[in-house]
Design a protein around this ligand. Structure first.
Ligand SMILES: [Fe+2]
Length: 377
């Protein structure tokens, strides 16, 4: 089973050889030959990432591991763009005359495809590294609980603190959250840590001083579990967050205007019924679930006291993160991004405050979500 990815990668390399690399042979010492060694190096980095890093049981990392991981992630982005542009070229051949299609099968045409892949990689890298935007979303909640002024919730999801996202990126996120002003809740919806917690724990320090009138709550995602869920939970608790693992808590209210209860499910062992057990029909009930796929069941679930979930906050999808995956994510995820109404429950899917794998955003932007909750009329 674990050899599937390297086997697929080997097949991809063969395909790239016949559709791209062979046009640069025999190699000459010139700029036009660069795509050949560059692409081979990219595949070596990818093989190393998959064979040595991903198949390793080691959960601690060294500086060498971080460097090779970064090279593998960049290679992932480059190869993805290369394959997509080669596919576009080859599909376009179906509609072209023989002479036109021959002109697309030259070393010059392949060099242009190489340049396009590199330009996409660079542009996507710059966008990803520029950090998240603050996306403001108004959500009308249909519940018996009325509240006089909007509740302000900040949601951070899929930050993926690890080899690419460190202290300075997180400090920028914290600064942007602070600039929003007073908030009621600060919520993390998983995949916050994605690396050796011992190596990366200090990157999140700036989240410690962030405050929210009714508290800070978090659930785990799938990526914390790839390293050490319990260790990452300790790190996040140390920043002042309450971790909700198939359980709920009351979000303290300064003015007692409206009681909010927050439930959260553990991504590795989701149990919605247990998570919502102590929700109240008199409260505004919010469910945190890393993956939006839980929304269908959450919307139908009712606690023994008759309480329902009014709003689910999720992440996980990254909205495909970059072209062309942002265009096809809807085939794999029912709720890829933004706001949905699911059987009377509202669902918001944050597209990720950071990024995973290839340090690229193209066609999507990382976001910090500012949700303003209102009572629907
Ligand atoms: Fe994620």
């Amino acid at each position: 089973m674990k050899w599937i990815i390297p086997t697929v990668l080997g097949a991809v390399l063969l395909d790239v050889y016949f559709r791209f690399l062979k046009f640069f042979l025999p190699l000459h010492l010139s700029l036009e030959a660069v795509p050949f060694p560059f692409t081979i190096l990219a595949f070596i980095s990818l093989f190393y990432l998959f064979f040595v890093r991903w198949l390793s049981d080691e959960s601690t990392v060294s500086r060498w591991d971080i460097r090779t991981e970064k090279a593998g992630h960049l290679a992932m982005g480059y190869v993805s763009f290369l394959l997509v542009y080669l596919a576009i070229r080859d599909v376009s051949l179906l509609f072209l005359s023989t002479s036109a299609s021959e002109s697309l099968h030259t070393s010059q045409a392949n060099f242009l495809i190489f340049l396009l892949a590199i330009a996409s990689l660079l542009l996507g890298f710059l966008i990803a590294r520029s950090g998240p935007v603050v996306r403001k979303v108004s959500v009308a909640i249909d519940s018996p609980v009325r509240f006089s002024k909007p509740l302000r919730i900040i949601q951070v999801s899929d930050l993926h603190v690890g080899s690419w996202i460190g202290k300075s990126y997180v400090e920028d996120v914290a600064k942007k959250i602070r600039s929003i002003g007073e908030i009621d809740l600060l919520i993390l919806t998983g995949d916050i840590g994605d690396g050796d917690p011992g190596f990366h724990r200090e990157a999140l320090e700036s989240f410690k001083s962030l405050s929210a009138a009714r508290g800070k709550f978090s659930v785990t995602g799938n990526h914390e579990g790839y390293w050490s869920e319990s260790e990452w939970n300790r790190v996040i608790e140390g920043l002042g967050f309450k971790i909700l693992s198939n359980e709920s808590a009351v979000a303290l209210s300064a003015d007692k205007d409206v009681e909010i209860r927050i439930a959260g499910i553990a991504d590795a062992r989701p149990d919605i019924q247990n998570a919502i057990r102590n929700l109240s029909p008199e409260s505004l009930n919010i469910l945190l679930a890393h993956q939006p796929k839980h929304a269908d069941l959450a919307a139908k679930s009712v606690s023994e006291s008759g309480a329902k979930v009014h709003l689910q906050l999720s992440g996980h999808t990254h909205n495909g993160q970059f072209f062309p995956w942002n265009l096809v994510i809807g085939f794999f995820q029912k709720y890829p991004r933004g706001l949905y109404a699911v059987d009377g429950m509202k669902l918001y899917v944050n597209v990720g405050t950071g990024f995973w794998g290839a340090p690229i955003r193209l066609g999507t932007r990382s976001e910090i979500t500012l949700i303003e909750l209102n009572s629907s009329a």
